[in-house]
Design a protein around this ligand. Sequence first.
Ligand SMILES: NC(=O)c1ccc[n+]([C@@H]2O[C@H](COP(=O)([O-])OP(=O)(O)OC[C@H]3O[C@@H](n4cnc5c(N)ncnc54)[C@H](OP(=O)(O)O)[C@@H]3O)[C@@H](O)[C@H]2O)c1
Length: 379
Amino acid sequence: MSKNTTDTYWMKKALSLAMKGTGTVSPNPRVGCVIVNRFNEIIGTGFHQAYGGPHAEIIAIRSLKEAADGATMYLTLEPCTIHGKTPACAPVVCDLGLSRAVIGSIDPNPQVAGRGVQMLKDSGVDVTMGVGTKEANWLIRSFKKFITTGLPYVTVKVAQSLDGGIASSTGVSKWISSEESRKEVHALRGEVDAVLVGKQTALIDNPQLTVRELKGRNPLRFVFDRNLTLPHYLHIFTDSEHSKTIVCCAPSMKNSEKAKELAKLGVRVLPVPIDKKGNFKIIEFLGILSDQFFVSHLLVEGGGAVVSAFAQAACIDEFQLFVAPFLFGAPKSMATLPVALSPDEASKYSIVEHKKSGADLHIIAVKTDSGKEFSERMF
Ligand SMILES: NC(=O)c1ccc[n+]([C@@H]2O[C@H](COP(=O)([O-])OP(=O)(O)OC[C@H]3O[C@@H](n4cnc5c(N)ncnc54)[C@H](OP(=O)(O)O)[C@@H]3O)[C@@H](O)[C@H]2O)c1
């Protein structure tokens, strides 16, 4: 195998190890590491497993079957240089006597931002960048937003008909998308820290918003219900995960009888600041999610009013769109409020992936300024 093919092969392994931290490391990044000796044999592996726990490279070093001098380390994110919940990793990696390190991404944390790579170079390690970088950037996209802005990364998931309908004219949306697409949505829920729906969606669809089609951690469930009018028989209030449900209400409802009734059910109530029209201030809401709930990735699951509020606040980082091949006619659309008066004024997104998902087309689009970081991923 050529050096390039070998690097791609081992980086792919490191990336799939990183994926194993999905749902357990947030708001930290998912990171994987493979250490290979001079005979191209694997001698150590690791991935970041738990928030606050040892980093991927430290776990890989602890797993070493032999000394790592002359070896190559494949690491999806550069080693950190700061003492956070654990000591800095870069000095430990420098002491191994590696001959090479192949690094996927530069750490977006401004306190690290290339210093880990520089430390490796200064200690004589030959550093290769650019292998699996788009995949590695994709893995840490929510961490990047969280660490650089203090706000969660927002993904909007929508299932729609060919004519843009998210529900029929009578409000029915079960099921627009195929079984395969719904499985993808369950995987997405396992990846994020929290999901959000509006009151009408909670009422009409009575969704569970849990991970059921595959293994994964259930996210927190937020619902926008300004006046706390949702009935208590809904799944989100009665199932075994009800302590993960948080109802967002107007500040005036904070100490209301309805809030007390929800508290008795074990459901939390969260007052969210409102604007002059009585709508929640979306950026403030996102700030509360990160400050009080450590949410670094939020999945907005509709309906149209909630998606519109996020679109108007220019707070959508990514769309996961499932387009089903049928027509509703007179449909209810994803964004019902005006967002832009002309295509020139519209927020721009880039399609970074499109694939068949059962009978549907699954499109992933991200804000154009970050599109080139992930587009045309190899694996
Ligand atoms: N195809 C899909 O992917 C999909 C996904 C989800 C839902 N749906 C469908 O979409 C329909 C529901 O959508 P919808 O647009 O009618 O309703 P919705 O977005 O689910 O809920 C709207 C309600 O949520 C609260 N809300 C929304 N934005 C708010 C804001 N910025 N500030 C404060 N409160 C806010 C308000 O309740 P209060 O006024 O009571 O406070 C508002 O009336 C259903 O038919 C459902 O089946 C489809």
